[in-house]
Design a binder for this molecule. Structure first.
Ligand SMILES: NC(=O)c1ccc[n+]([C@@H]2O[C@H](COP(=O)([O-])OP(=O)(O)OC[C@H]3O[C@@H](n4cnc5c(N)ncnc54)[C@H](OP(=O)(O)O)[C@@H]3O)[C@@H](O)[C@H]2O)c1
Length: 385
């Protein structure tokens, strides 16, 4: 059996600074290739991270027969298209969260990956931390009785830079898509089921300057490929040409339908599960950093500080009536390394993804429902899947 999965990365994204070192640390994975829309950027990243191959288009990386699996840290609106293209080339896919722009697209991605016999998983890190397994064990053995309420938050201050993919409606940005998905997935995970009805309110934001809507993004890619085909241009001339194209597309995007739609800068909501069990979630780009999960049972409470991004000393605090709080410590773990190792192992053993992609489709269904509820100002009932 092959010892290591050879990974390719689509896009020189900020999050790579955390994921690439984790792939290097994983015992069964190696970073083999990186692609960018710009050859120059790909080569720079390859130099910075000692990566063997650099490609100036995502397609070129997908055509490399030596790449076993791809990591997709692209804007949310591009997850679907590039996952499906990777699957068609026989590559296993670890795609960043949220898996897609909506549940219908996520379902399509699952089907395409199945059809091509490749694994698909979304890139939430926290399910792979050993503390999460510890928490599951506590809940399953009834450490706090019957769980009735889950309260989860993820907030941080995001500078309102319209160039940030999180603030662009055309790229499926928005706060609930970016970080509200964490407490929503967390609540589904704790209850082990789906909400029946949801309600949410949001704080809306309309960017003055928007990135291209998806059709224009596609057009930009095509133009970029055309420019890349021109031989004899030096890097500087090529970059100058690309910049001119980007500016033109940006200007077009201003007048394009949909370009001025709003996104949520924050959302607060309630998910009703069966038998009167409830989850409260909140997320915001305009509040100080918070990332905790609180689970309330009939006989106690478990508090999980920094649930989504645990420090090296990760803790759980169990409170029971009439007793001193009990702190449980899980130390020295890197959840990203665990995620990469678990997924790579499944690839090497031709097994199942450690978190089935159907889970991601269910999270997307709830994300669709809370976004609809916040837009309509009314509760939304979820149909049974
Ligand atoms: N799991 C986690 O904890 C975590 C944390 C942060 C982010 N994320 C997810 O990772 C993804 C990327 O986030 P990020 O903050 O790293 O994003 P980012 O720095 O903006 O990078 C996104 C990359 O996508 C490529 N791209 C392709 N088309 C683009 C377009 N039209 N506009 C902008 N970029 C485009 C660019 O790479 P090239 O120019 O090289 O082609 C860009 O560098 C998102 O889905 C986000 O939700 C996950």
């Amino acid at each position: 059996m092959k010892q290591k999965v050879r990974w390719g990365i689509l896009g020189v994204a900020r999050i790579n600074a955390r994921v690439i070192p984790a792939i290097y640390r994983a015992r069964n994975a190696e970073v083999y290739a990186i692609a960018s829309r710009s050859q120059h950027k790909a080569e720079q990243a390859a130099r910075d991270w000692s990566i063997a191959r650099a490609y100036g288009s995502y397609e070129a990386l997908l055509e490399d027969p030596d790449v076993d699996a791809v990591y997709i840290p692209l804007p949310n609106a591009l997850h679907g298209m590039w996952t499906m293209r990777a699957a068609e080339q026989g590559k296993h896919v670890l795609c960043e969260k949220p898996l897609a722009k909506d549940a219908a697209e996520a379902q399509q991605m699952v089907e395409v990956c199945k059809r091509h016999g490749v694994l698909l998983m979304d890139g939430f890190f926290w399910p792979h931390h050993p503390r999460t397994a510890r928490l599951r064990h506590l809940l399953d053995r009834g450490a706090i009785g019957r769980v009735q309420l889950v309260v989860g938050a993820f907030t941080f201050q995001l500078p309102l830079d319209p160039a940030n993919i999180r603030l662009q409606p055309g790229l499926a940005g928005g706060c609930v898509m970016d970080i509200g998905c964490y407490p929503i997935y967390g609540a589904r995970w704790v209850f082990g089921g789906e909400p029946q009805r949801v309600y949410a309110v949001a704080q809306w934001y309309t960017p003055h300057q928007s990135e291209p809507v998806p059709q224009l993004t596609k057009l930009a890619h095509l133009l970029q490929e055309c420019v890349s085909c021109v031989r004899g241009l030096d890097d500087a001339a090529l970059e100058q040409g690309l910049e001119a194209i980007r500016q033109r597309v940006q200007a077009l995007a201003h007048s394009a339908p949909g370009a001025q739609e709003s996104i949520d800068l924050g959302m607060q909501g309630m998910l009703e599960f069966e038998a009167g069990r409830v989850a409260l979630f909140d997320c915001s780009f305009t509040m100080p950093f918070r990332g905790k999960l609180e689970i309330v049972g009939s006989e106690g409470v478990i508090e999980v500080p920094e649930m989504w991004l645990p420090p090296a000393r990760a803790t759980l605090i169990v409170h029971r009536e009439g007793r001193q709080p009990e702190e449980i410590v899980v130390e020295g773990e890197d959840q990203i390394v665990h995620m990469i190792e678990r997924f790579s192992q499944a690839v090497l053993e031709e097994g199942e993804a450690p978190v089935p992609p159907e889970q991601a489709v269910q999270t997307m269904r709830v994300l669709d429902a809370v976004r609809a509820a916040a837009r309509q100002g009314q509760p939304v009932v979820l149909q049974r899947a």
